[in-house]
Design a protein around this ligand. Structure first.
Ligand SMILES: C[S@@+](CC[C@H](N)C(=O)[O-])C[C@H]1O[C@@H](n2cnc3c(N)ncnc32)[C@H](O)[C@@H]1O
Length: 384
Protein backbone atom coordinates (compact mmCIF):
# COMPACT_ATOMS: atom_id res chain seq x y z
CA UNK A 1 0.00 0.00 0.00
CA UNK A 2 1.34 3.46 -0.90
CA UNK A 3 0.70 6.35 1.53
CA UNK A 4 1.62 10.01 1.40
CA UNK A 5 3.93 11.42 4.07
CA UNK A 6 3.46 15.17 4.58
CA UNK A 7 6.60 16.62 6.12
CA UNK A 8 8.06 20.15 6.17
CA UNK A 9 10.46 18.93 3.46
CA UNK A 10 7.57 18.03 1.13
CA UNK A 11 5.00 15.38 0.33
CA UNK A 12 6.34 11.93 -0.47
CA UNK A 13 4.74 8.70 -1.62
CA UNK A 14 6.03 5.80 0.42
CA UNK A 15 5.39 2.06 0.40
CA UNK A 16 6.71 -0.95 2.27
CA UNK A 17 7.78 -4.10 0.47
CA UNK A 18 5.05 -6.35 1.60
CA UNK A 19 4.62 -10.05 1.30
CA UNK A 20 1.10 -9.62 2.72
CA UNK A 21 -1.96 -8.63 0.81
CA UNK A 22 -3.69 -5.52 2.22
CA UNK A 23 -0.77 -4.79 4.53
CA UNK A 24 -2.07 -2.16 6.95
CA UNK A 25 1.35 -0.86 8.03
CA UNK A 26 2.69 2.46 6.81
CA UNK A 27 6.25 2.93 5.61
CA UNK A 28 7.07 5.47 8.33
CA UNK A 29 6.16 6.29 11.92
CA UNK A 30 5.70 9.33 14.15
CA UNK A 31 9.40 9.24 15.07
CA UNK A 32 10.31 9.89 11.41
CA UNK A 33 7.88 12.83 11.39
CA UNK A 34 9.29 14.24 14.62
CA UNK A 35 12.89 13.94 13.37
CA UNK A 36 12.01 15.67 10.09
CA UNK A 37 10.25 18.52 11.92
CA UNK A 38 13.29 18.95 14.18
CA UNK A 39 15.73 19.02 11.26
CA UNK A 40 13.57 21.60 9.51
CA UNK A 41 13.58 23.76 12.67
CA UNK A 42 17.37 23.53 12.64
CA UNK A 43 17.30 24.89 9.09
CA UNK A 44 19.05 21.86 7.71
CA UNK A 45 17.02 21.65 4.56
CA UNK A 46 18.70 24.73 3.15
CA UNK A 47 22.19 23.81 4.33
CA UNK A 48 24.88 23.52 1.68
CA UNK A 49 27.61 20.95 1.94
CA UNK A 50 26.60 18.91 4.97
CA UNK A 51 27.32 15.24 5.43
CA UNK A 52 24.05 13.61 6.50
CA UNK A 53 23.97 10.02 7.73
CA UNK A 54 20.73 8.11 8.38
CA UNK A 55 20.91 4.91 10.42
CA UNK A 56 18.27 2.12 10.67
CA UNK A 57 15.92 4.16 8.49
CA UNK A 58 13.48 1.33 7.75
CA UNK A 59 11.67 1.70 4.45
CA UNK A 60 13.42 4.96 3.65
CA UNK A 61 11.10 7.79 4.77
CA UNK A 62 14.04 9.85 6.08
CA UNK A 63 16.23 9.02 3.08
CA UNK A 64 13.50 10.19 0.71
CA UNK A 65 12.57 13.36 2.64
CA UNK A 66 16.27 14.31 2.94
CA UNK A 67 17.26 13.05 -0.51
CA UNK A 68 18.34 16.47 -1.73
CA UNK A 69 21.07 16.41 0.95
CA UNK A 70 22.55 13.19 -0.55
CA UNK A 71 22.50 11.22 2.68
CA UNK A 72 24.53 8.10 3.40
CA UNK A 73 22.12 5.36 4.49
CA UNK A 74 23.38 2.86 7.06
CA UNK A 75 21.33 -0.31 7.45
CA UNK A 76 21.97 -3.92 8.42
CA UNK A 77 19.01 -5.05 6.36
CA UNK A 78 19.08 -6.01 2.70
CA UNK A 79 15.29 -5.68 2.56
CA UNK A 80 15.43 -2.14 3.96
CA UNK A 81 17.86 -1.24 1.18
CA UNK A 82 15.48 -2.56 -1.45
CA UNK A 83 12.56 -0.69 0.11
CA UNK A 84 14.56 2.54 0.41
CA UNK A 85 15.75 2.37 -3.21
CA UNK A 86 12.17 1.71 -4.41
CA UNK A 87 10.83 4.67 -2.40
CA UNK A 88 13.54 6.99 -3.71
CA UNK A 89 12.66 5.99 -7.26
CA UNK A 90 8.92 6.36 -6.57
CA UNK A 91 9.60 10.02 -5.68
CA UNK A 92 11.83 10.76 -8.64
CA UNK A 93 15.16 10.54 -6.79
CA UNK A 94 18.18 8.54 -7.89
CA UNK A 95 17.87 5.21 -6.08
CA UNK A 96 21.66 4.80 -6.11
CA UNK A 97 22.19 6.51 -2.75
CA UNK A 98 25.24 5.47 -0.81
CA UNK A 99 24.26 2.41 1.26
CA UNK A 100 26.68 1.28 3.95
CA UNK A 101 26.28 -1.71 6.25
CA UNK A 102 27.10 -1.03 9.91
CA UNK A 103 30.01 -3.48 9.99
CA UNK A 104 31.97 -1.52 7.41
CA UNK A 105 31.97 1.64 9.59
CA UNK A 106 34.38 3.22 10.31
CA UNK A 107 36.68 1.16 8.06
CA UNK A 108 34.77 2.28 4.96
CA UNK A 109 34.88 6.03 5.08
CA UNK A 110 31.54 7.82 5.17
CA UNK A 111 33.23 10.52 3.06
CA UNK A 112 33.86 13.30 5.55
CA UNK A 113 33.06 13.94 9.23
CA UNK A 114 29.34 13.58 9.91
CA UNK A 115 27.46 16.90 10.29
CA UNK A 116 23.98 15.43 10.81
CA UNK A 117 23.41 11.97 12.23
CA UNK A 118 19.86 10.65 12.48
CA UNK A 119 19.53 7.29 14.20
CA UNK A 120 16.19 5.50 14.27
CA UNK A 121 16.15 3.53 17.51
CA UNK A 122 16.27 -0.17 16.62
CA UNK A 123 14.50 -2.93 18.49
CA UNK A 124 17.74 -4.34 19.90
CA UNK A 125 19.94 -2.32 22.27
CA UNK A 126 23.00 -4.27 21.12
CA UNK A 127 22.68 -3.01 17.54
CA UNK A 128 22.39 0.59 18.76
CA UNK A 129 25.39 0.14 21.06
CA UNK A 130 27.47 -1.29 18.21
CA UNK A 131 26.44 1.44 15.75
CA UNK A 132 27.10 4.32 18.18
CA UNK A 133 30.57 2.96 18.96
CA UNK A 134 31.34 2.81 15.24
CA UNK A 135 29.91 6.25 14.43
CA UNK A 136 31.16 8.28 17.42
CA UNK A 137 34.70 8.78 16.04
CA UNK A 138 33.20 10.29 12.86
CA UNK A 139 31.33 13.06 14.73
CA UNK A 140 32.62 16.54 15.54
CA UNK A 141 31.76 19.09 18.23
CA UNK A 142 29.12 20.80 16.05
CA UNK A 143 27.50 17.61 14.69
CA UNK A 144 23.73 17.47 15.07
CA UNK A 145 22.90 14.05 16.55
CA UNK A 146 19.25 13.02 16.65
CA UNK A 147 17.98 9.69 17.94
CA UNK A 148 14.34 9.13 16.99
CA UNK A 149 12.11 6.40 18.29
CA UNK A 150 8.65 5.43 19.40
CA UNK A 151 8.49 5.82 23.20
CA UNK A 152 8.17 2.04 23.66
CA UNK A 153 11.73 1.76 22.31
CA UNK A 154 13.26 4.76 24.11
CA UNK A 155 14.28 3.51 27.56
CA UNK A 156 16.58 5.08 30.14
CA UNK A 157 19.21 2.59 28.96
CA UNK A 158 18.77 3.85 25.37
CA UNK A 159 19.45 7.43 26.44
CA UNK A 160 22.43 6.25 28.50
CA UNK A 161 23.99 4.67 25.42
CA UNK A 162 23.98 8.03 23.62
CA UNK A 163 25.28 9.73 26.78
CA UNK A 164 28.09 7.26 27.46
CA UNK A 165 29.26 6.74 23.87
CA UNK A 166 28.71 10.15 22.22
CA UNK A 167 28.22 12.86 24.86
CA UNK A 168 25.72 15.05 26.77
CA UNK A 169 22.16 14.06 25.94
CA UNK A 170 18.66 15.44 26.48
CA UNK A 171 15.31 14.16 25.24
CA UNK A 172 12.36 15.93 23.65
CA UNK A 173 8.83 15.68 24.96
CA UNK A 174 6.81 12.87 23.44
CA UNK A 175 4.64 13.70 20.41
CA UNK A 176 2.27 11.05 19.04
CA UNK A 177 4.13 8.48 21.18
CA UNK A 178 7.47 9.36 19.58
CA UNK A 179 10.49 10.98 21.17
CA UNK A 180 13.80 12.45 20.12
CA UNK A 181 17.16 11.96 21.79
CA UNK A 182 19.36 15.02 21.23
CA UNK A 183 23.06 14.58 21.80
CA UNK A 184 26.17 16.75 21.54
CA UNK A 185 29.48 15.16 20.70
CA UNK A 186 31.97 15.38 23.55
CA UNK A 187 35.31 15.24 21.70
CA UNK A 188 37.06 14.31 24.96
CA UNK A 189 34.94 11.17 25.36
CA UNK A 190 36.46 7.96 24.00
CA UNK A 191 34.13 5.02 24.61
CA UNK A 192 36.49 2.72 22.70
CA UNK A 193 35.70 0.15 20.06
CA UNK A 194 32.43 -1.74 19.83
CA UNK A 195 32.25 -4.72 22.19
CA UNK A 196 30.67 -6.73 19.35
CA UNK A 197 30.94 -9.41 17.99
CA UNK A 198 30.74 -11.69 21.01
CA UNK A 199 31.96 -15.27 21.00
CA UNK A 200 29.97 -17.85 22.97
CA UNK A 201 31.23 -21.34 23.71
CA UNK A 202 28.27 -23.73 23.86
CA UNK A 203 27.81 -27.49 23.85
CA UNK A 204 26.73 -27.07 20.19
CA UNK A 205 30.00 -25.37 19.25
CA UNK A 206 31.41 -21.85 19.07
CA UNK A 207 28.94 -19.09 18.17
CA UNK A 208 30.21 -15.78 16.86
CA UNK A 209 27.43 -13.22 17.17
CA UNK A 210 27.41 -9.72 15.78
CA UNK A 211 25.09 -7.28 17.55
CA UNK A 212 22.02 -7.66 15.33
CA UNK A 213 21.97 -11.42 15.19
CA UNK A 214 18.94 -13.45 16.27
CA UNK A 215 19.33 -14.78 19.84
CA UNK A 216 22.80 -13.27 20.24
CA UNK A 217 22.90 -13.87 23.99
CA UNK A 218 22.28 -17.60 23.99
CA UNK A 219 21.60 -20.51 21.69
CA UNK A 220 17.88 -20.32 20.83
CA UNK A 221 15.78 -23.25 22.10
CA UNK A 222 14.23 -23.80 18.65
CA UNK A 223 17.67 -23.83 17.04
CA UNK A 224 18.86 -26.29 19.67
CA UNK A 225 15.92 -28.58 18.89
CA UNK A 226 16.68 -28.43 15.16
CA UNK A 227 20.35 -29.19 15.89
CA UNK A 228 19.38 -32.40 17.67
CA UNK A 229 17.16 -33.45 14.77
CA UNK A 230 19.28 -32.96 11.67
CA UNK A 231 19.65 -35.56 8.92
CA UNK A 232 22.85 -37.62 8.66
CA UNK A 233 24.77 -39.20 5.80
CA UNK A 234 26.47 -37.46 2.89
CA UNK A 235 24.69 -34.14 2.52
CA UNK A 236 25.81 -32.73 -0.84
CA UNK A 237 24.55 -29.25 -1.65
CA UNK A 238 23.15 -27.64 1.51
CA UNK A 239 21.53 -24.24 2.19
CA UNK A 240 21.15 -22.73 5.67
CA UNK A 241 18.25 -20.40 4.88
CA UNK A 242 17.87 -17.48 7.31
CA UNK A 243 21.19 -18.59 8.79
CA UNK A 244 21.52 -16.10 11.69
CA UNK A 245 24.87 -16.93 13.30
CA UNK A 246 25.14 -20.00 11.04
CA UNK A 247 25.40 -22.64 13.74
CA UNK A 248 23.01 -25.01 11.93
CA UNK A 249 24.92 -25.01 8.64
CA UNK A 250 28.25 -25.09 10.49
CA UNK A 251 27.14 -28.18 12.43
CA UNK A 252 26.22 -29.93 9.18
CA UNK A 253 29.58 -28.97 7.67
CA UNK A 254 31.39 -30.36 10.71
CA UNK A 255 29.51 -33.67 10.38
CA UNK A 256 30.11 -33.94 6.64
CA UNK A 257 33.20 -31.94 5.66
CA UNK A 258 32.53 -32.73 1.97
CA UNK A 259 29.16 -30.90 2.06
CA UNK A 260 28.99 -27.54 0.29
CA UNK A 261 27.03 -25.19 2.51
CA UNK A 262 25.51 -21.87 1.44
CA UNK A 263 24.53 -19.49 4.24
CA UNK A 264 21.94 -16.85 3.38
CA UNK A 265 20.32 -14.12 5.46
CA UNK A 266 18.90 -10.66 4.84
CA UNK A 267 21.07 -9.25 7.66
CA UNK A 268 24.66 -8.32 6.83
CA UNK A 269 25.60 -8.96 10.45
CA UNK A 270 24.04 -12.44 10.33
CA UNK A 271 26.02 -13.40 7.24
CA UNK A 272 29.25 -12.04 8.75
CA UNK A 273 28.49 -14.01 11.93
CA UNK A 274 27.81 -17.16 9.91
CA UNK A 275 31.15 -16.87 8.16
CA UNK A 276 32.95 -16.41 11.50
CA UNK A 277 31.00 -19.23 13.18
CA UNK A 278 31.71 -21.57 10.24
CA UNK A 279 35.45 -20.89 10.47
CA UNK A 280 35.49 -21.06 14.30
CA UNK A 281 34.00 -24.57 14.06
CA UNK A 282 36.67 -25.80 11.67
CA UNK A 283 34.86 -25.09 8.39
CA UNK A 284 36.97 -24.81 5.25
CA UNK A 285 36.08 -21.43 3.69
CA UNK A 286 36.31 -22.94 0.20
CA UNK A 287 33.33 -25.21 1.08
CA UNK A 288 31.15 -22.33 2.35
CA UNK A 289 29.24 -19.63 0.46
CA UNK A 290 27.93 -16.58 2.28
CA UNK A 291 25.11 -14.61 0.66
CA UNK A 292 23.18 -11.53 1.79
CA UNK A 293 19.77 -11.64 0.14
CA UNK A 294 16.00 -11.78 0.44
CA UNK A 295 15.32 -15.49 0.75
CA UNK A 296 16.78 -17.71 -1.95
CA UNK A 297 15.88 -15.61 -4.99
CA UNK A 298 16.09 -11.84 -4.50
CA UNK A 299 14.24 -9.44 -6.75
CA UNK A 300 17.53 -7.88 -7.91
CA UNK A 301 18.72 -11.23 -9.27
CA UNK A 302 20.91 -12.24 -6.29
CA UNK A 303 20.35 -15.99 -5.98
CA UNK A 304 21.55 -18.14 -3.11
CA UNK A 305 20.83 -21.34 -5.05
CA UNK A 306 20.06 -22.61 -8.51
CA UNK A 307 16.54 -23.93 -8.98
CA UNK A 308 16.18 -27.70 -8.73
CA UNK A 309 19.72 -28.37 -7.49
CA UNK A 310 19.85 -28.35 -3.68
CA UNK A 311 19.93 -31.58 -1.64
CA UNK A 312 19.06 -30.17 1.80
CA UNK A 313 17.72 -26.87 3.13
CA UNK A 314 17.70 -26.18 6.87
CA UNK A 315 15.49 -23.40 8.14
CA UNK A 316 14.26 -21.80 11.37
CA UNK A 317 12.00 -19.13 9.87
CA UNK A 318 11.39 -15.75 11.49
CA UNK A 319 7.85 -15.56 12.79
CA UNK A 320 7.46 -11.87 13.37
CA UNK A 321 8.40 -9.03 11.09
CA UNK A 322 9.06 -6.12 13.42
CA UNK A 323 5.67 -4.70 14.44
CA UNK A 324 3.62 -7.10 12.39
CA UNK A 325 3.02 -10.61 13.59
CA UNK A 326 2.80 -13.04 10.75
CA UNK A 327 4.24 -16.02 9.00
CA UNK A 328 4.54 -14.53 5.52
CA UNK A 329 8.31 -14.84 5.44
CA UNK A 330 7.99 -18.51 6.41
CA UNK A 331 5.65 -18.99 3.43
CA UNK A 332 8.16 -17.26 1.16
CA UNK A 333 11.00 -19.40 2.52
CA UNK A 334 9.07 -22.68 2.14
CA UNK A 335 7.91 -21.86 -1.40
CA UNK A 336 11.39 -20.84 -2.50
CA UNK A 337 12.85 -23.96 -0.85
CA UNK A 338 10.51 -26.12 -2.91
CA UNK A 339 11.78 -24.40 -6.05
CA UNK A 340 15.46 -24.71 -5.08
CA UNK A 341 15.44 -28.39 -4.05
CA UNK A 342 16.14 -31.15 -6.56
CA UNK A 343 13.47 -33.85 -6.81
CA UNK A 344 14.01 -35.96 -3.67
CA UNK A 345 15.74 -33.05 -1.88
CA UNK A 346 14.60 -32.22 1.66
CA UNK A 347 13.58 -29.15 3.63
CA UNK A 348 14.12 -29.60 7.34
CA UNK A 349 12.51 -26.79 9.33
CA UNK A 350 11.75 -26.01 12.95
CA UNK A 351 8.87 -23.91 14.20
CA UNK A 352 6.93 -23.06 17.32
CA UNK A 353 4.22 -25.65 17.79
CA UNK A 354 1.43 -23.03 17.58
CA UNK A 355 2.56 -21.90 14.10
CA UNK A 356 1.42 -25.22 12.62
CA UNK A 357 3.82 -25.20 9.66
CA UNK A 358 2.67 -28.73 8.91
CA UNK A 359 -0.37 -27.54 6.93
CA UNK A 360 1.64 -25.05 4.89
CA UNK A 361 4.38 -27.52 4.04
CA UNK A 362 1.81 -30.10 3.02
CA UNK A 363 0.19 -27.59 0.70
CA UNK A 364 3.49 -26.60 -0.90
CA UNK A 365 5.26 -29.98 -0.99
CA UNK A 366 2.32 -32.39 -0.98
CA UNK A 367 3.92 -34.12 2.03
CA UNK A 368 5.25 -33.33 5.49
CA UNK A 369 6.59 -35.57 8.24
CA UNK A 370 7.05 -34.64 11.88
CA UNK A 371 10.63 -35.62 12.73
CA UNK A 372 10.40 -34.66 16.42
CA UNK A 373 8.20 -32.58 18.68
CA UNK A 374 8.42 -31.31 22.24
CA UNK A 375 6.08 -29.07 24.24
CA UNK A 376 7.23 -25.96 22.34
CA UNK A 377 8.78 -26.86 18.99
CA UNK A 378 8.26 -29.18 16.06
CA UNK A 379 10.89 -30.24 13.50
CA UNK A 380 9.38 -30.98 10.09
CA UNK A 381 10.69 -32.69 7.00
CA UNK A 382 9.19 -32.06 3.56
CA UNK A 383 10.57 -33.71 0.44
CA UNK A 384 10.31 -32.38 -3.08
C1 LIG B 1 14.55 -17.30 13.71
S1 LIG B 1 16.00 -16.64 12.99
C2 LIG B 1 16.95 -18.13 12.79
C3 LIG B 1 18.43 -17.90 12.73
C4 LIG B 1 19.30 -19.18 12.74
N1 LIG B 1 18.98 -20.06 11.63
C5 LIG B 1 19.11 -19.90 14.05
O1 LIG B 1 18.39 -20.90 14.07
O2 LIG B 1 19.67 -19.43 15.06
C6 LIG B 1 15.46 -16.23 11.36
C7 LIG B 1 16.51 -15.60 10.48
O3 LIG B 1 15.90 -15.29 9.21
C8 LIG B 1 16.45 -14.08 8.73
N2 LIG B 1 15.53 -13.52 7.72
C9 LIG B 1 14.38 -12.83 7.91
N3 LIG B 1 13.81 -12.50 6.74
C10 LIG B 1 14.63 -12.98 5.77
C11 LIG B 1 14.60 -12.95 4.36
N4 LIG B 1 13.60 -12.37 3.70
N5 LIG B 1 15.61 -13.55 3.69
C12 LIG B 1 16.63 -14.15 4.35
N6 LIG B 1 16.71 -14.20 5.69
C13 LIG B 1 15.73 -13.63 6.39
C14 LIG B 1 16.60 -13.24 9.98
O4 LIG B 1 17.53 -12.20 9.78
C15 LIG B 1 17.08 -14.28 10.99
O5 LIG B 1 18.47 -14.37 11.05
Amino acid sequence: MTDVLSAPQGRFELARRSVRRNDPLRAWDAADELALAHLEEKGLRAAGQVRVVIVNGGSGALAVALATLNPVVVSDSYIERIETAANLERNGFDPAVRFVDPLSIPEVSIGSPIDVLVVKIPRGAALLEDELHRLAPLLHRESVVVGAGMTKRVHTSTIELFQSIIGPTVTSRAVKKARLILTKRDPGLDAGPSPWPATLETDAGTLVNHANVFSHERLDAGTRFLLSNLPGGPLGEVVDLGCGNGIVGSTLARRDPAARVTFVDESFMAVASARATFIANGGDPSFGRFVVGDGLFSADGTAAAERGTVDLIVNNPPFHDDQSQGDEIAWQMFTESHAALRPGGELRAVGNRHLAYHAKLKRIFGNCRVVAANDKYVVYSAVR
